[in-house]
Design a binder for this molecule. Sequence first.
Ligand code: NAD
Ligand SMILES: OC[C@@H](O)C(O)[C@H](O)CO
Length: 464
Amino acid sequence: MNNQSVWMHIGAGSFHRAHQAWYLHKLREQGDDSWSIALGNIRDDANALLTQLDKQQGAYVLETVSPEGERHYEQISSIKKILPWDAQISALIEQGAQPNTRVIAFTVTESGYYLTPEHELDLTQADVKADLAGGIRTLYGALTRILKRRVELGGAPVTLLNCDNLRHNGERFRHGFLSFLKAKQETALYDWVSANTTSPNTMVDRITPRPTPDVAERVKAATGIQDAVPVMGESFIQWVIEDDFIAGRPALEKVGVELVDSVLPWEEAKIRILNATHSCIAWAGTLIGLSYIDDSTRHPVIRQLAWEYVSQDVIPSLTPSPLDLGDYRDVVLARFSNPHIKDTNQRVAADGLSKIPGMVTPTLIQCYARGSEPQASAVLPALFYLFLQRWAQGDLPYEYQDGVMQPDTIRALFAGSDPLKAFTSDEALFAELAGNDAFHALMVRTVARMQAWVNETTAQPLTV
Ligand SMILES: NC(=O)c1ccc[n+]([C@@H]2O[C@H](COP(=O)([O-])OP(=O)(O)OC[C@H]3O[C@@H](n4cnc5c(N)ncnc54)[C@H](O)[C@@H]3O)[C@@H](O)[C@H]2O)c1
Ligand SMILES: OC[C@@H](O)C(O)[C@H](O)CO
């Protein structure tokens, strides 16, 4: 691997293996093996996966499922090096410092960037504080160590590529990282990063559920391969990237990646129409006792809520757009309805405290700005409020994961005299709408309407 260009990926989740690793695999299949992946993780929650992948020389089977239920199996072999985890992230530092590592990409979830609604680094977050004091809990603390070593070894330029669902993901990450370096008084590294790295914005798309044991069983039956860590996703895949790689890139255009000057129309459509609607469906489905995204999407009331949110509030906010947003909405709802992808409401409901400000609040604000009350969009925070209330009551059917949640703060909110007022006054969620009387009144009505719907629906047997 020494003379090759290395794409180091931080964040050994399912998505990376179903998406970026697939594209690089397709390129290698075409005979271009000039790039390969080195994969590692900042936190210790991927250790078992990394150990097993190492035993399999980085190879694994990807199962994809079309809306018609056709399953396809491919052995993915673009990951050529596994970077084992230790508390000092030694292997990530060693690999990330090498001059032939020309791209450092990452998927560390929506809540892994610790930004305020104004897109500033949130210095009040415990993880950020810990890393400013020398810890390695966040991407910022990890990159600080990796890039310091890179500078010591000569300081070859490198692209820092965000592959998470975040608006302007390259720019927002970069601002967060530079703010972190400033707060840490790492002046020399700040200057080096400013001059020697780029951070293109990207839009990434492929629904990738957490793999369940039946994936390995199907892989064995279909291919004969005994794979302990296969991954599965929908057949749909898309990647749009701003073409700004400072140290070269794989010939991604040969495998269907769209390299563009501005990713803006794609990312807005993806974040507001796909991701926000997805979470809406997950919160609503959970509240009425459903476990899966496809069942929840096929529920007529939930489908209508999602359709109205996109049609009434998002499309007018994003128009004009070079994309056919109505068509995008319909395709997205069809993808969510795929009964062969048993994606869970639990996975998609996660990180709501980051998703509301990032994915929903801009639409609320834009509706008010053009004089239209966002009745359909208010349904999303209303559902999330009821969902959080269930969590505070200990009544969710699963563990809720939220990277920025302070459990005591949420419990205190629901123990207070007017929890909905406290919720709608939260600037971290609603930015300039926090404390706005008209918005609060809309939320009071919408929460009451959603609560009545939940009560009625759960009082009778479910048909989906
Ligand atoms: N799964 C999908 O359908 C999908 C599709 C498009 C984009 N994405 C993006 O990829 C992200 C990861 O998805 P996944 O399916 O791989 O999830 P996953 O749960 O399989 O993996 C999450 C990864 O993020 C790491 N992580 C979590 N919080 C972190 C933090 N604060 N700092 C550093 N690392 C952290 C974990 O250690 C793990 O490696 C999503 O949050 C989303 O932004 C996912
Ligand atoms: O909305 C949840 C996301 O993880 C989603 O599955 C993904 O963004 C699809 O590309």
